[in-house]
Design a binder for this molecule. Structure first.
Ligand SMILES: C[S@@+](CC[C@H](N)C(=O)[O-])C[C@H]1O[C@@H](n2cnc3c(N)ncnc32)[C@H](O)[C@@H]1O
Length: 270
């Protein structure tokens, strides 16, 4: 199906970032140097507009795509390790799921209940674009700045507070801000069973300077929240930070600058 038959661009700019990131994963999967990775992303992008969609979302610097892909791989590894820690770890909640392909990529153990929380239009798109036969999460429309309502909607959708859950929030801290993200995580932590995990991806505040250094005048943020200070008051004992340092890409090499971590995956075991 082409974009002419399936218009997908009736999204606002925040919702469009879900398309942007699924395009990035599809591009990575198509790269001759990458191992086969996200067939779900490829199938979704083919449905949503194919080459035209890719062209639309790959005009900016490649740095952000490489950061995203690297961070998703790091999160995949942490989620697999969490799932392998116990037979009881069979619930995952994707907070701001976008068009996540982890079910199809079999990152979670068989039989895991996966819930996708996002805005209604994204969840509708998720349903329409999911290839037949590829597994898809249970949709839970919700606004993440209202965590109590999100948890109530999750319960209504079958999520069990008495079983360990991995709550995954990638690509959304920048939109919610540090305080709202900390409130969301605090509420999830308060409701979650022991053995649960909070996994948060966040861009490093230094990315603002890096964007300027590579001449990206369209970079959408002038300031980025610092996750460690935002989460300082969460009721968790340990914040494990898995940082992602991208190799310089073409046109990004600055002789006087060491590569620095520009995105982080924070794991907060409960
Ligand atoms: C950059 S995408 C990330 C999607 C996905 N996590 C990924 O990594 O591909 C940001 C997502 O956050 C969602 N989002 C932003 N603010 C939200 C809110 N207040 N409540 C629910 N979803 C929100 C958008 O709809 C979008 O799908």
């Amino acid at each position: 199906m082409t974009s002419a038959r399936m218009p997908v661009l009736d999204l606002d700019p925040i919702e469009e970032t879900a398309l942007l990131q699924v395009v990035w994963r599809a591009v990575e999967t198509a790269s001759p140097t990458a191992e086969p990775w996200d067939p779900f992303a490829q199938a979704v992008v083919a449905q949503a507009g194919g080459a035209a969609l890719i062209a639309r979302f790959t005009t900016g610097p490649d740095l952000y795509r490489r950061l995203h892909v690297a961070a998703v791989r790091v999160a995949d590894g942490r989620l697999r390790a969490w799932g392998a820690e116990g037979e009881d770890r069979r619930q995952v909640v994707l907070l701001a799921s976008g068009l996540d392909g982890r079910m199809a990529r079999e990152v979670f153990s068989q039989g895991t209940s996966v819930f996708a929380v996002d805005r209604p239009r994204i969840l509708d798109l998720y349903r329409r674009l999911s290839p037949p036969g590829m597994a898809c999460p249970v949709p839970v429309p919700g606004n993440l700045v209202r965590p109590a309502e999100v948890l109530a909607a999750l319960r209504a959708a079958g999520w069990r507070a008495d079983r360990p859950t991995a709550f995954v929030a990638e690509g959304v801290m920048e939109f919610l801000g540090g305080a709202a993200m900390a409130r969301l995580l605090g509420e999830c932590a308060g409701a979650a069973a022991p053995g649960s995990l909070l996994l948060v991806q966040s861009l490093d505040p230094a990315l603002v300077d890096r964007a300027r250094a590579i001449g990206d005048t369209a970079f959408p943020w002038r300031r980025l929240p610092d996750p460690l200070s935002a989460f300082a008051h969460l009721p968790v004992e340990d914040v494990q930070t898995l940082s992602v340092t991208p190799q310089p890409g073409v046109g990004e090499i600055e002789a006087d600058r060491e590569p620095e971590p520009l995105t982080h995956v924070l794991a907060l075991p409960l």
